[in-house]
Design a protein around this ligand. Structure first.
Ligand code: NAD
Length: 268
């Protein structure tokens, strides 16, 4: 049985992860952490999830429960992730990091700390999206320069960054597969007399509307045909179940930094 400590326990992701774990075999929540001052501190996680009491109380410091688990699942805020990983590494615990918005310095620190423990870092834990990354790499390689590539992503109206990190990663994978430099060929908006489309450009367009959880469409437009690959997230559960899969997978690995391609066995 994998014992998981969930940080960000009252957050959108943390609470979904704990709910899904409660109905998943082979893993249980043995520790939960929230930010100092949060109204859920001291409460049983069952109480916060609308389930039966579990005996696991939400703590305000990961150090108070780090020895109760095998793996920390972190969906919090980028500025606390490095501290959480340091404490996990010092106590020989594995870690799954889903938190996004990490700075270059924070990513460097994570790489260094992962030499002393095992860690999965993935800005998109969705199994479907990670399979799509692999499919796009292959499609671009086979379709080559004869197909125009356009990416359209859509998210809810509260999302602050654009394009999504997932769309940016899709564009990077396709550019690398085609031997192009995304910084030179990425086109993020078109308006007015922009001229005909250049052969090399990769369009990345953004839609923000309502409560769309996340949609990514990649179009390969050729002569007389086009291929479209679409991923639609129906709820946050696709990220949560990917994180749980990663948590179960990571505990028996060698020390090092992994991503979802490793978890899913998609690495070449
Ligand atoms: P959220 O704001 O609902 O939840 C974050 C929680 O972390 C909050 O409850 C907050 O109080 C808590 N927190 C902050 N500092 C803490 C600390 N020091 N210790 C413990 N808890 C702390 O946000 P969310 O929608 O759950 O997303 C969390 C993060 O996960 C974001 O960075 C988001 O972009 C990312 N995310 C990643 C994926 C993925 O697939 N990797 C999917 C969805 C969201």
């Amino acid at each position: 049985m994998t014992k998981a400590i969930v940080t960000g326990a009252a957050g959108r992701m943390g609470s979904r992860i704990m709910s899904l774990i409660s109905v998943t075999e082979g893993i249980e929540v043995t520790g939960a952490v929230e930010m100092k001052g949060h109204s859920v501190l001291g409460k049983d996680i069952g109480e916060t999830l609308g389930l039966d009491k579990t005996g696991v109380v939400i703590e305000d410091d990961i150090k108070k429960c780090i020895n109760k688990g095998d793996v920390v699942i972190d969906f919090t805020h980028h500025d606390v992730v490095v501290d959480h990983l340091r404490i996990a590494a010092e106590n020989d615990k594995a870690m799954v990091i889903g938190t996004t918005g990490l700075t270059m310095n924070e990513i460097e620190s994570i790489k260094n700390l992962a030499k002393n423990t095992r860690c999965v870092l993935a800005p998109n834990m969705s199994v479907g999206v990670n399979v799509m990354f692999k499919v796009l790499e292959y499609a671009a390689e086979v379709l080559g320069d004869n197909f125009d590539v356009e990416i359209v992503e859509a998210h809810h109206n509260l999302k602050k960054d654009a394009p999504s990190g997932t769309a940016a990663k899709m564009a990077r994978i396709i550019a690398e597969s085609l031997g192009r430099d995304l910084d030179k060929v990425g086109v993020y908006e078109r308006k007015g007399m922009v001229g005909v489309r250049t052969k090399d450009e990769i369009g990345i367009q953004t839609v923000r509307a309502g409560d769309i959880i996340g949609e990514h469409t990649v179009i390969f437009g050729g002569v007389g045909e086009r291929l479209e690959f679409i991923h639609r997230a129906h709820s946050r559960d696709n990220f949560a179940s990917g994180a749980i899969r990663a948590a179960i997978w990571i505990i028996n690995r060698e020390n090092g930094l992994y991503d979802m391609q490793d978890v899913l066995g998609l690495r070449d």
